[in-house]
Design a protein around this ligand. Structure first.
Ligand code: AR6
Length: 187
């Protein structure tokens, strides 16, 4: 399913993020930037050691105490089809009382800003924070789609943003959020 937002296309598909041929994939990383399970594990195991090497350098040079939640950094895509990986850290869900929505929006926003700063045109996102970090998918989908739609409405340099959802259920939830968002902001 596709939506036109300004000059850009917002696309939602069911699939494996690591197979995408976009300029960048966004990794749902953790503060260490040293890998983990879920999307992060899949990116590092398919992408190879070059990604981890660059992550270690970023830690040493820029973020010795770890990447703060909501920030984003960029490395090579290594052996992946995508040219780059943008590593961002979503919030851990703690009942919604600790600015989780603001932090999740910031993770999407900073990833998109970094893509534009790097001159990239196509970016693929997973459903950040809704796996190991426990963010409820319905609430996360509204924040995620809202952030991307707002960004694309303000900024016309990106060509395509794709949400790559792992299951049919997650895709359906994100599609519902996208329809609601487009209806509210554009109709
Ligand atoms: N393609 C697309 N989506 C995927 C894939 C894939 N290959 N693999 C999993 N998902 P998670 P988080 C979905 O746990 O909640 C890691 O250990 C998954 O079904 O990857 O932000 C990191 O190192 C879920 O819907 O990320 C951190 O410590 C979504 O991606 C922590 O987990 C996100 O699940 C981050 O947790």
């Amino acid at each position: 399913m596709e939506f036109r937002i300004g000059n850009a296309t917002l696309q939602l598909i069911k699939g494996d993020l690591t197979e995408q041929e976009t300029d960048a994939l966004v990794n749902a990383a953790n503060a260490t930037l040293l890998g983990g399970g879920g999307v992060d594990g899949a990116i590092h195991s398919k992408g190879g050691s070059k990604i981890l090497e660059e992550c270690k350098q970023i830690r040493a040079k820029e973020w010795p105490d770890g990447l703060p939640t909501g920030n984003a950094v960029i490395t090579t895509g290594g052996n992946l089809r995508a040219k780059y990986v943008i590593h961002t850290v979503g919030p851990i869900w703690r009942g919604g009382f600790y600015d989780e929505a603001k932090l999740l929006r910031r993770a999407y926003w900073n990833s998109l800003k970094l893509s534009v700063a790097k001159g990239l045109q196509t970016v693929a996102f997973p459903s950040i924070s809704t796996g190991a970090y426990g963010y409820p998918v319905g609430e996360a989908s509204r924040v995620a789609v809202g952030a991307v739609v707002d960004f694309l409405s303000q900024e016309n340099k990106l060509e395509r943003v794709i949400f790559v959802l792992f299951t049919k259920e997650t895709l359906e939830i994100y599609l519902r959020a996208a329809h609601a968002e487009v209806q509210e902001k554009f109709l």
